[in-house]
Design a binder for this molecule. Structure first.
Ligand SMILES: Cc1cc2nc3c(=O)[nH]c(=O)nc-3n(C[C@H](O)[C@H](O)[C@H](O)COP(=O)(O)OP(=O)(O)OC[C@H]3O[C@@H](n4cnc5c(N)ncnc54)[C@H](O)[C@@H]3O)c2cc1C
Length: 375
């Protein structure tokens, strides 16, 4: 039986642990914190799932595989993780992201609807749109619950035989003659293969030090909805909003009170390492988020009632690093998901398991190989 260590059980490591355990590997899954913790990239109540992908039609087969695996995990763990409430991309027709979503839907033959300004205002008055703006509706989009997803994957992995080790920071990972020696809490563990899934902490591990992954800050704001029923997933799809004054992703109310936005137009500030994560937002950042809500979301009180700050690993081209770790044997790296890895995590987990157990995968992920960067 192949013995595999997974370092990091955010959503990527958790899904990989689950898929490895189902394939009969002997898995040890280490994390410095507990499952579903809020210091990395896999927390904050909600995540967008979408299929018409502005990042490119090449992702569509992976997204479709991910959706099937989300459903498998829900069945396996008896958990409710993905609600398909539809997804809107909102903005001017020539906005690059609006155009890219439309192009992806057309190229991949995905169901979608384009709503002109009048239709959009009538169907989704929760968004204020300017004359000439449109909405592209992707019916195969929805909202995921991040913390329960991580916990469900690890629970199912444990049921399939994985050993999940929370509060086990890995302090050393060293290649040996026939595998790797992993050290955590003063104990050494010998394995045949190692999967590095440390998210924004990547460069703190010696074998990953030269990878181009930066820890950056992503901030989320919750705004109370005046008519909550009009802002739940039954009534309000997830949205990507593009406007000359602001850009954000928008999530329906899951807590019976507030919708969430993640501003995009303010950028992703570099953190000086993920451990420097501030626990609230800077006043000028909060002010800009409030202004965006006041301008574009007429049904909310535009002062945040909650703020969440998270660290995420970004690469220079904002696509993940996924593949064999250059310069090493029997090692796979999965990091740098650059703000859009959650929805795909079960498919990436399947790929991580393939790479560890088969040395390759049938999924087409060559474009994500770390070798695309000079290391
Ligand atoms: C606010 C926010 C909103 C987002 N919105 C979306 C969205 O709507 N849709 C979408 O698809 N994606 C979204 N993303 C991106 C997505 O959530 C991330 O790409 C994904 O969660 C990355 O997961 P990860 O497992 O790589 O990283 P993490 O979740 O950060 O996990 C890494 C884990 O490794 C552990 N670790 C690191 N080093 C060590 C070590 N030495 N020893 C032991 N453990 C270690 C850490 O403790 C951590 O638990 C969003 C991200 C953020 C932050």
């Amino acid at each position: 039986m192949t013995r595999v260590a997974v370092i990091g059980t955010g959503v990527i490591g958790a899904m990989t642990t689950w898929r490895l355990a189902l394939r009969g590997a002997e898995v040890l899954a280490f994390d410095a914190y507990g499952p579903g913790h809020d210091r990395g990239a896999s927390a904050g109540e909600s995540r967008i799932f979408r299929t018409a992908y502005k990042e490119g039609a090449a992702y569509v087969p992976l997204l479709q595989r991910a959706e099937a695996l989300w459903r498998d995990l829900e069945r396996d763990a008896g958990a409710d993780l993905l609600t398909l409430c539809g997804g809107l991309t909102i903005g001017a027709p020539d906005n690059p992201d609006v155009a890219a979503v439309r192009r992806c839907a057309e190229e991949a033959g995905l169901d979608h609807e384009v709503l002109d300004t009048a239709q959009a205002r009538k169907r989704f008055p929760q968004h204020r749109i300017d004359d000439g703006e449109i909405m592209v509706l992707d019916p195969a989009a929805g909202v995921l619950r991040p913390e329960p997803s991580v916990q469900a994957a690890l629970r199912s992995a444990e049921e399939a035989g994985a050993r999940v080790l929370p509060y086990h920071p890995v302090t050393d990972a060293v290649e040996t003659a026939d595998g790797w020696r992993i050290t955590s809490n003063g104990t050494a563990f010998d394995v045949d293969h190692v999967i590095f899934a440390p998210g924004p902490w990547a460069r703190q591990l010696a074998p990953l030090r030269s990878l181009p992954v930066e820890a950056r800050l992503i901030t989320a704001y919750w705004f109370a909805a005046r008519d909550v029923a009009a802002h739940t997933p039954d009534a309000l799809p997830i949205a990507i909003r593009r406007h000359p004054e602001a850009g954000f992703s928008c999530f329906p109310a899951l807590d019976g009170a507030a919708i969430k936005i993640v501003p995009h137009h303010l950028g992703w500030p570099d953190l000086n390492g993920p451990d420097a994560l501030p626990r609230s937002s800077a006043p000028e950042h909060a002010r800009a988020a409030s202004a965006a809500a006041a301008r574009l979301l007429p049904g909310v009180t535009p002062h945040p009632i909650r703020v969440g700050t998270f660290a995420e690993g970004f690469t220079p081209d904002e696509h993940a690093l996924l593949g064999p770790l250059p310069g090493h044997r029997r090692a796979t790296v999965m990091t740098g998901f650059s703000g859009h890895g959650f929805k795909l995590a079960p498919a990436f987990g399947e790929i991580g398991a393939d790479l560890a157990l088969d040395g390759g995968t049938a999924h087409d992920v060559a474009a994500l190989s770390p070798t695309r960067f000079p290391l």
